[in-house]
Design a protein around this ligand. Structure first.
Ligand code: HEC
Length: 111
């Protein structure tokens, strides 16, 4: 009777698949805002390119992927690698949610 043992991985797989469906696995925007203080010492919150690429207004999946690539070292930047490894998946999702919510687009709609 090994059937019961297989339930746990199946449930885990289902949970991971649900993350593809917003907002079930959407990042916590407030946590993202809190964590963002470190990022905005280099990245312009206004989205202006200042020698460092802007990271506001990105689709969340692109943002998560970019930080994931620094973490798994497929992107080559020592600074961003050492920053990205400090964050959990949950924190990266939170950052993606926060930065994705601001930017030129979001600024306009506030006026
Ligand atoms: C010490 C300065 C510095 C800090 C602090 C910093 N970054 Fe960066 N970041 C950079 C630089 C420089 C690059 C461009 C690296 C490259 O060319 O790959 C970059 C690139 C990125 C990119 C990819 C941009 C692109 O156009 O592909 C993302 C996403 C990013 N940073 C997110 C963050 C987040 C989130 C934080 C805070 C947790 C953060 N960064 C903190 C300097 C910094």
């Amino acid at each position: 009777m090994t059937g019961g043992r297989e339930l746990a991985p199946v449930a885990l797989g289902a949970a991971i698949m649900l993350c593809g469906v917003a907002p079930l696995c959407a990042g916590d925007r407030e946590l993202g805002e809190y964590l963002s203080s470190e990022c905005v010492t280099c990245h312009q919150i206004s989205g202006r390119y200042d020698g460092i690429p802007p990271i506001v207004g990105w689709p969340e999946t692109d943002f998560v992927q970019a930080l994931g690539e620094y973490r798994d070292k497929s992107r080559d930047n020592a600074v961003m690698r050492s920053i990205a490894v400090k964050f959990t998946d949950e924190e990266i999702a939170a950052l993606a949610s926060y930065f994705g919510s601001i930017g030129p687009h979001a600024e306009k709609s506030q006026r």
